[in-house]
Ligand binder design. Structure first.
Ligand code: NAD
Length: 339
């Protein structure tokens, strides 16, 4: 009937406009390392799209930003197919949302007859996701996340990062193992780097995340080598032959192999303990060695991770808690202005 046809068409227009706006900001952020809006503003926009889709599930498009990992492999680098897919993370923006998420996951774990989940809780490093492929202990490739299936080959650039071993130490390396982590610029190094830029009459970089992404995605590895990049590893992709059965055991192995694991993680048993971790790091979030944009909570046990599985965009066994937005970057720039 015409009465319903008209509003549904305008509803569709509204939906497409919202999805296009999210896509436009994703392109600016991932492909150009030049966002126009803050992450908090982007998160609100993304949430609006999710809420719209929850009200109108029949309209959800397969290529909606909610159904895909953001980002793509640009033509500036050779494309690399990840052996195992890389995912994004589901966000929660308040402790009540986090509690609901954990209680729901615990109920799912119980319904599947698994042992109660332990929650490996760690910092959400504000950097750029990179996938390292080691073959028989030798780094053969490093790639950005891209759309989660195909990333960009940044091997030569990653090899300039001192934290990343070209050859793994220790023993028990699988024939092929993908190790995922975050390339970042430490806060202090970021401030110093910007001071040096200002001294040379150049524009300072906006924030450590975009600086890290821009630094890693240089055409000339010699330029990347000049940037104060560091890496922490926090995940694993293709892993056949890996002996570890949990995230925490994996971190022990990766550390023994000479990979840079973060000292800031804990394996916790209850929501209350996770909450205490979040409150503790909320207070010291600006005195850490790197910027964080939240806390990541992961089911520790691999059997639980496998049983909970993934959506097309995110694992169902992990969640990112985002701290309420603050003018962090402005604060950093204030420090610069006042030096
Ligand atoms: P995400 O950054 O929220 O979460 C997924 C990523 O977190 C992973 O790929 C991984 O690289 C990273 N991560 C950091 N520490 C981790 C840890 N300890 N364990 C596991 N993963 C860890 O998701 P996303 O899809 O990469 O992007 C969304 C983010 O990008 C949001 O913060 C959003 O605000 C921002 N963004 C901003 C704009 C903008 O215009 N300002 C546009 C797009 C995206």
């Amino acid at each position: 009937e015409p009465e319903t046809a008209i509003p549904s068409e305008s509803l569709r227009d509204e939906y497409e406009a919202l999805a296009d706006e999210v896509r436009r900001h994703r392109t600016l952020y991932y492909n150009q390392d030049a966002p126009e809006i803050s992450d908090a503003e982007y998160d609100v926009l993304f949430r609006q799209l999710e809420e719209f889709e929850a009200l109108h599930p029949e309209m959800i498009a397969n290529d909606s930003p909610t159904q895909e990992v953001g980002g793509e492999a640009t033509a500036a680098f050779a494309p690399v197919e990840h052996l195992a897919r890389m995912y994004s993370l589901e966000d929660v923006f308040s402790v009540s949302e986090l509690e609901a998420w954990i209680r729901r996951a615990e109920a799912n774990v119980a319904a599947l007859g698994l042992v109660p989940a332990k929650w490996l809780t760690e910092l959400k490093i504000d950097g750029l996701a990179v996938n390292l492929l080691y073959r028989n202990g030798e780094l053969v490739r490093a790639a950005t996340r891209g759309d989660g299936r195909t990333g960009e080959d940044v091997t030569h650039n990653v090899l300039t990062i001192k934290d990343v071993p070209q050859r793994l130490s220790g023993e028990g390396h699988p024939e092929e193992v993908e190790i995922r982590g975050e390339v970042y610029i430490p806060t202090k190094a970021f401030i110093e780097y910007n001071e040096a830029l200002i001294e040379r009459g150049k524009a300072p970089l906006a924030n450590p995340r975009n600086a890290a992404a821009g630094s890693l995605r240089q055409k000339d590895p010699g330029e990347t080598a000049k940037r104060p990049l560091k890496m922490f590893v926090h995940g694993i992709g293709a892993r056949e032959g890996l002996t570890a059965t949990s995230q925490a055991e994996t971190y022990d192995l990766l550390k023994a192999w000479g990979l840079p694991t973060s000292p800031y993680y804990e394996v916790l048993e209850t929501y209350e303990e996770v909450l205490a971790f979040i409150e503790r790091y909320g207070q010291k979030r600006h005195s850490l060695i790197h910027e964080i944009d939240g806390i990541v909570v992961k089911a520790d046990d691999f059997a639980t991770q496998r049983a909970l599985g993934h959506t097309s965009r995110v694992p169902r066994w992990a969640v990112a808690f985002k701290y309420p937005p603050e003018e962090v970057h402005t604060k950093l720039l204030d420090i610069l202005v006042n030096v």
